[in-house]
Design a protein around this ligand. Structure first.
Ligand code: AMP
Ligand code: MG
Length: 342
């Protein structure tokens, strides 16, 4: 199959392909998504084939405005409307009870469905033109880092999907925050661009699912099925180092092998690029700018797949704000192989 490369001027064409049951790479503010008509079970099944995604890992339904929630969800609690008012359009997915018209292929047979209203203007336009909810997971091959540019997505999906729309680099850079509103108290299933602190301001008590911060043991079942899979993983093994930035940089400089890849804050680049100890390095952004770090994290992990580094070492920010999402993605890439510097 030839994958068409489209621009934002081709939104109507992309929508037509979706309506006809095709697969389209779609820019969003979080990461690029692999979209299909969310009401067409055959089209949705093709998403799983293109990604090599396990069948038990449900997809998120994308809608152009909050008023569409009632079409696909039942027993919507007042909190959902409050969250929608505060954070939609934007990088937040709500888990709600589904209506029966949502195909089992979208929800992996669950009684609930993940709903999101993205803010990217091109994404909004495509969904509105298509006039159907768009089911979309991240546009990477299953297990690889999520794509934050159209080029990244083509690396994984060229020849496997009908088209991709290049809407520029993603401005958030990590996937949406997932908040489950079908339980009490509400539960954070995946940290993202809308922070835990922001959710607590609106909802009061919010529990954090254990899968966010640690490896699930054998027999344990995280509430977001996707959280149990090794994720975001580059080819080389990753070690994450947490603690005060100058200490974590010094630790990595002392322990990394000569050819190892390094992911570090801007301030410490020179430590790894001096002539006596030159190593392949990807910068994450300034130590004090987590928004910038979020935009770079997947690019940094992906970049090392084009090299033959035997191992990767990464500095990790603290978990306040969007730091929780960055740490979660890094820790998952590392299989929770973490060194904590006191
Ligand atoms: P994604 O953003 O690629 O790559 O995948 C969507 C994520 O949403 C996965 O981690 C899923 O497990 C999660 N998800 C989607 N629908 C549900 C649901 N109904 N309940 C819990 N988690 C969900
Ligand atoms: Mg994904």
């Amino acid at each position: 199959m030839q994958t068409l490369f489209l621009t934002p001027l081709d939104s109507a064409r992309a929508a037509e392909i979706l309506r006809a049951g095709g697969l389209v790479g779609i820019p969003t503010e979080t990461v690029y998504g692999l979209g299909a008509n969310g009401l067409n079970p055959e089209a949705v099944s093709r998403i799983f084939q293109a990604k090599g995604r396990p069948q038990d890992n449900p997809l998120i339904l994308h809608i152009p405005e909050p008023s569409w929630l009632g079409r696909y969800c039942r027993d919507i609690p007042p909190q959902a409307w409050t969250l929608a008012e505060q954070f939609w359009p934007g990088p937040m997915t709500m888990i709600l009870f589904r209506k029966s018209l949502v195909p089992d292929q979208v929800t992996a047979g669950l009684d609930t469905v993940g709903m999101r209203c993205p803010s990217h203007s091109v994404c909004q336009e495509i969904i509105r033109f298509a006039d159907v909810p768009v089911a979309a997971p991240s546009g990477n091959t299953s297990g690889r880092p999520s794509p934050t540019t159209a080029q990244h997505m083509l690396e994984d999906m060229n020849g496997k999907i009908d088209a991709i729309v290049d809407g520029g680099p993603c401005t958030v850079g990590v996937e949406s925050t997932i908040i489950d509103l079908t339980c009490t108290p509400p539960r954070l299933l995946r940290p993202g661009g809308v922070t835990l602190e922001q959710l607590r301001q609106v909802l009061g008590q919010v529990e954090v699912d254990p899968a966010v911060t640690r490896l699930m043991g054998a027999g344990e079942k995280p509430k977001a099925p996707g959280m149990k899979y090794r994720h975001y993983a580059p080819k080389a093994p990753v070690t994450v180092v947490t603690g005060e930035p100058s200490k974590t940089a010094a630790y990595i400089a002392a322990h990394a092998g000569a050819g190892d890849g390094i992911i570090c804050f801007d301030e410490f680049m020179s430590l790894f690029t001096s002539r006596s100890a030159i190593r392949p390095v990807m910068d994450l952004g300034p130590a004090g700018d987590k928004e910038e770090q979020a935009r770079h994290i997947f690019d940094a992990l992906r970049a090392f797949d084009h090299t033959c580094v035997p191992a990767i070492w990464a500095q990790c920010p603290d978990t306040a704000g969007i730091g929780l999402a960055i740490a979660n993605r890094l820790n998952k890439a590392a299989g929770f192989h973490i060194v904590e510097i006191p």
